[in-house]
Design a protein around this ligand. Structure first.
Ligand SMILES: Nc1ncnc2c1ncn2[C@@H]1O[C@H](COP(=O)(O)OP(=O)(O)O)[C@@H](O)[C@H]1O
Ligand SMILES: [Mg+2]
Length: 162
């Protein structure tokens, strides 16, 4: 929270932290009074993956949606504080969290790993797995390899109807 506050002081003076949105293995996220979300990273690897992915998405015009999923647009970042500021996402379907991507280097998965991923995807997303795979294929077309398709990062429907 200290780093989130510091970020806002430097980059968006007058904007404040509103609510804590959540955390995970890579960082913690707060909503701001400016309809943005501020993500504070634990490690440089995750930070640079996410910053560079949002830049790549912007380069290719994916600033609002991709393959029918809402995606945040990045509004700012700070390399020293390891903070990314992005749109606050209101409702599904959406994709967030690019901390675990690989950029420009396709993973060299074995046949076995690929079939494990298929089974895992089916069980996590059920009938939606096809849409999730299409989304990941579109990301791959701009050399973003999304390695963390879980149900809190790629959300297809409101929680109570899942
Ligand atoms: N742009 C956003 N808009 C709304 N909620 C968000 C946003 N980014 C993150 N969150 C919330 O914060 C949680 C953690 O964010 P996430 O980017 O997945 O962090 P981690 O990399 O640590 O898993 C998400 O599951 C989601 O509930
Ligand atoms: Mg996450």
């Amino acid at each position: 929270m200290r780093r989130a506050r510091q970020y806002l002081n430097v980059h968006s003076f007058g904007v404040n932290i509103k609510d804590f949105l959540g955390d995970g293995t890579d960082g913690a996220v707060w909503a701001t009074t400016n309809s943005t979300a501020v993500k504070v990273f634990e490690r440089p690897g995750g930070y640079f993956n996410e910053r560079d992915t949002y830049q790549r998405l912007k380069e290719f015009g994916f600033t609002e949606s991709i393959e029918g999923f809402w995606v945040p647009e990045m509004h700012g970042y700070d390399d020293d504080l390891m903070v990314v500021e992005m749109d606050f996402i209101q409702s599904p379907p959406y994709i967030i969290d690019f901390a675990k991507v690989r950029i420009d280097r396709p993973p060299d998965f074995s046949e076995e790993t690929l079939s494990d991923l298929e089974v895992k995807g089916q069980s996590l997303f059920g009938e939606d797995w096809g849409r999730v795979k299409l989304l990941m294929a579109t990301l791959e077309s701009i050399q973003i390899y999304y390695l963390d398709p879980n149900a809190s990062n790629i959300v297809l429907r409101p929680r109570d109807t899942q």
